[in-house]
Design a protein around this ligand. Structure first.
Ligand SMILES: Nc1nc2c(c(=O)[nH]1)N[C@H]1C(S)=C(S)[C@@H](COP(=O)(O)OP(=O)(O)OC[C@H]3O[C@@H](n4cnc5c(=O)[nH]c(N)nc54)[C@H](O)[C@@H]3O)O[C@H]1N2
Ligand SMILES: Nc1nc2c(c(=O)[nH]1)N[C@H]1C(S)=C(S)[C@@H](COP(=O)(O)OP(=O)(O)OC[C@H]3O[C@@H](n4cnc5c(=O)[nH]c(N)nc54)[C@H](O)[C@@H]3O)O[C@H]1N2
Ligand SMILES: [Mo]
Length: 766
């Protein structure tokens, strides 16, 4: 972590020497570098643990060391020798802890014993595990209805933990499963479910080596999926095109220095990771893709049969005619205005697309966190259907997932809108009456707690208080609860914004050895390519008082429900027993235990990837959505004038969501600070400010609530005029709870209308 805040544009490539230096620092900071190095060498290996970082997958055939700079940070952050227990919590009251930064809170170390909030002393004090379970069970049983409790999941939970959790919650009687996915790739699931009948990506790792073009929309892999840079660079090297859409010039999408190629490192060389780089406005991708489609249709008319895959369309799709009408109806003026790209650029992108026989389209949060995200993803899908770029080698759709098991958690039934097939299977197998009511997603859970309709919050991992929008309202919502329970590895703000009663339950992480009655246990996870594989923790836990997530869930379930509908405590003696239940109820997991040790894991299969369409019509659908008339939501149109800016919130290179590893953002040139606003210099001068000046950012919405963050430093940055960026979670207080995606309910974290005011706030101390 650098002490002196400074901004100095970065000249080097992504990864390379800068990454090695940074990894070394994080190793040393963990206080057990040698142990962690040994553990790290087992990351993503057949008998090691799955990297607790992102959900990118690896080649099953490749047995090289598979971790990246940010994976190493994630491992060292979790596998620290620092631990905090009763002495720490005796020293600090909760009020004092609230004064500390998010970075400081997590940096204190691993949580090592169960704790209960004591009102009189305003401190967390030790509690025995069984007493904690009883408190939870009694409070849940006291509710008038099971729907008054919220059961949050963050996407690190293993398949085994997630399956037990959803079984317990449904046996208790609700589908209230707000989860991190609601804030993340929800739009991908909703859009793809309707378009192609499966809410997951259709490609596997192997497809990347066969693609003629890879389109990367709204994603920053250099920081968030660094292992993806290798297939991108390899694609450029063999002459395929890598086409990026991003308002910012992200270094990882430009150049990459391979840390495992000694000659390249010694010569300080690097290779390009993209062949074309387009810079749409925030929220402009749907217009850009529609423009590409318009050109494709025009070229097809000029030379029939040269562009469209008629055979594929006739055999596999419906809805083409309506969609063509929608495309023809959209005029170029609107396309250019909304996309922020001119016609020549859109034409170049369209050419790159038609020139390729096999295309993969990848996307992440730059696409999913908008009001019209579902429509945008369906437009990308339409473009791909037009040329049959689905269900053939080297082609397909690839929503690049975030948390390492967020996709698996959904597969296991963490879903507030569970498919009837899942509920039927549970009911059949476990013979209890499964709740059929639609449950709460994340924003609905916050509203329910704020209004007092929900009274208990349980978090299986994550940092609900900071990851969610409208932070002061969310904090108040949590504080209104009768009981909040956080199952966590590290201290974070969700422990401090607690209910009248509160528990912190310390759990094992991915790197920790999980020893149960039946011996060391493996858990399983699913990556972005639907590959399921085992993960085995390697390091002895810091304390005997930490429990595994399955063990904690089983403890709560047993206290709440007794041995019904399963013998919870017997299940966790050997997780193979949980996997047997998964095999009996979740499609694709037959003989789960036998397939556990298949090298590289096993593929769950993907119907759309095999050109089977589980849609209503049995065909892949061209969905005809209109472009939004205006990107600005109706709630702010009347207030918007020439002083407003659009703000996106994004991740720095030194963070994992709300976990801050440090205060630097190397590739963007920011050091030692996080309260910054990336803004075009034209905007700085136009609005009467100066570079380096500190401003308050005030968000615009129509409900009379003031949403403001203070003292952000202006950084003149290469972002399109009118389009600014700040870090998540510092900017979350600006996101109105009601500003969500149509059909996805995902907070619009990449599109917030704001204005700036000179700041009088003192400088932040971190
Ligand atoms: N090291 C590390 N790894 C992570 C995470 C982490 O925090 N740290 N988080 C994990 C999680 S949960 C997730 S979901 C993923 C997130 O991975 P990303 O989606 O890469 O994360 P963001 O930082 O939100 O970056 C969004 C990118 O989209 C661009 N963008 C924003 N709006 C638009 C738009 O309207 N159009 C286009 N074309 N681009 C846009 C931004 O400029 C930025 O480059 O990463 C996962 N991996
Ligand atoms: N403004 C804005 N908001 C966003 C986003 C954005 O781009 N902009 N991105 C959204 C996205 S994509 C996501 S996925 C969410 C993330 O939301 P969350 O998943 O809720 O947040 P994290 O920061 O990943 O959670 C970190 C905490 O998880 C706990 N933890 C870590 N490892 C483990 C483990 O193995 N087990 C358990 N039980 N706990 C563990 C630690 O205590 C740590 O403090 O945030 C969303 N919020
Ligand atoms: Mo995410």
């Amino acid at each position: 972590m650098s002490a002196e805040p400074r901004y100095q544009p970065y000249q080097g490539p992504a990864a390379g020497w800068g990454a090695l230096r940074s990894v070394t620092q994080h190793w040393l900071d963990s206080k057990q570098p040698i142990k962690n190095l040994r553990a790290l060498l087992k990351t993503n290996q057949d008998h090691g643990f799955d990297c607790p970082g992102c959900a990118w997958g690896d080649s099953p055939e490749d047995h090289l060391v598979k971790f990246c700079e940010n994976g190493a940070k994630a491992v060292n952050w979790e596998a620290t020798r620092r631990g905090i227990g009763r002495e720490f919590f005796a020293r600090y009251s909760v009020a004092q802890l609230r004064e500390q930064s998010d970075y400081w809170l997590e940096h204190q170390g691993r949580l090592i014993e169960p704790l209960r909030y004591d009102t009189t002393s305003d401190r967390y004090v030790p509690i025995a595990w069984d007493d904690a379970f009883t408190l939870i069970a009694d409070t849940l049983r006291d509710l008038e209805s099971p729907h008054q409790a919220e059961f949050y999941t963050s996407g690190r939970a293993s398949n085994e933990a997630a399956f037990l959790y959803q079984l317990m919650v449904r046996a208790f009687g609700t589908n209230n499963f707000p989860d991190c996915s609601n804030m993340c790739h929800e739009a991908s699931g909703v859009a793809l479910g309707a378009s192609i009948g499966v809410g997951k990506g259709t490609v596997t790792f192997a497809d990347f080596a066969h693609a003629d073009a890879i389109f990367v929309f709204g994603q920053n892999p250099g920081t968030n999926h660094p292992r993806m840079l290798e297939p991108l660079r390899e694609a450029v090297e063999r002459g395929a095109s890598v086409v990026c859409f991003n308002p910012l010039r992200e270094r990882g999408l430009e150049r990459f220095q391979h840390p495992q190629h000694p000659l390249e490192m010694l010569g300080n060389g690097s290779k390009p990771t993209s062949s074309a780089y387009f810079r749409p406005h925030l929220g402009g991708d749907m217009a850009a893709v529609r423009g590409m489609a318009k050109l494709l249709l025009q070229w097809e008319q000029e030379a029939p049969g040269s562009v469209i895959d008629h055979a594929f369309i006739a055999e596999h799709t419906d809805g083409l005619r309506d969609w063509i009408a929608a495309v023809e109806h959209t005029d170029w003026a609107q396309i250019e205005r909304q996309s922020g790209m001119n016609r020549a650029e859109i034409k170049q992108a369209a050419r790159l697309y038609v020139r390729a026989e096999r295309v993969i389209a990848c996307w992440a949060m730059g696409i999913t966190q908008h009001r019209h995200s579902v429509a945008t993803i369906q437009e990308i899908t339409n473009l791909m259907l037009l040329r049959g770029n689905l269900g053939k080698p080297g082609a397909g759709l690839c929503p690049v997932r975030g948390h390492s098991n967020v996709q698996g958690d959904r597969t296991m039934g963490i879903n507030e809108r569970p498919p009837a097939s899942l509920l039927d299977a549970l009911q059949r197998h476990f013979a209890f009456s499964v709740p059929r009511e639609v449950g709460h997603n994340t924003v609905e859970a916050i509203a329910a707690m704020q209004e007092g309709r929900s009274k208990v919050f349980i978090g299986l991992g994550g940092n609900f208080a900071q990851a969610t929008p409208d932070s002061p309202r969310t904090h108040a919502a949590l504080q209104r609860c009768r009981l909040t329970v956080q199952i966590s590895t590290k201290l974070n703000r969700s422990h401090l914004m607690h209910g009248r009663q509160a528990l912190i339950l310390p759990c094992l992480g991915r790197t920790d050895l999980d020893l149960q009655v039946g011996g060391p246990q493996a858990v399983t996870v699913e990556d972005s390519f639907s590959m399921v594989h085992a993960s085995r923790g390697q390091l002895a836990p810091l304390s005997r008082e930490m429990r595994s997530e399955p063990a904690i869930i089983a403890g709560i379930a047993h206290a709440l429900l007794g041995p019904h509908p399963v013998e919870w405590l017997r299940l966790i003696e050997d997780y193979g027993r949980i996997r047997e239940l998964i095999a009996s109820t979740i499609p694709g997991f037959t003989n789960f235990n036998d397939r556990l040790d298949q090298p590289g894991g096993f593929h769950l299969g993907n119907a759309a990837g095999s050109r089977r369409w589980n849609t209503v019509s049995g065909r892949a659908r061209f969905v005809a959505n209109a472009l939004p008339d205006e990107l600005l939501p109706p709630q702010v149109r009347s207030q918007a004038d020439t002083t407003h800016l659009v703000l996106q919130t994004l991740r720095s290179h030194d963070q994992y969501n709300t976990t801050l590893y440090g205060l630097d953002d190397r590739y963007r040139g920011v050091h030692g600070m996080r309260e910054v606003l990336f803004i075009n210099s034209l905007d700085i001068y136009r609005l009467g400010f100066e570079v380096g000046q500190r401003v308050d950012i005030v968000s615009q919405w129509d409900d009379g609530i003031e949403r403001r963050v203070r003292g952000f430093t202006l950084i003149a940055y290469d972002t399109p005029p009118g389009q600014a960026a700040a870090y998540y979670p510092e900017a979350n207080p600006l996101v109105p709870l009601e500003s969500v995606g149509d059909g996805s309910h995902t907070p619009t974290s990449k599109f917030i209308a704001v204005r700036l005011e000179p700041s009088t706030a003192p400088r932040h101390i971190t």
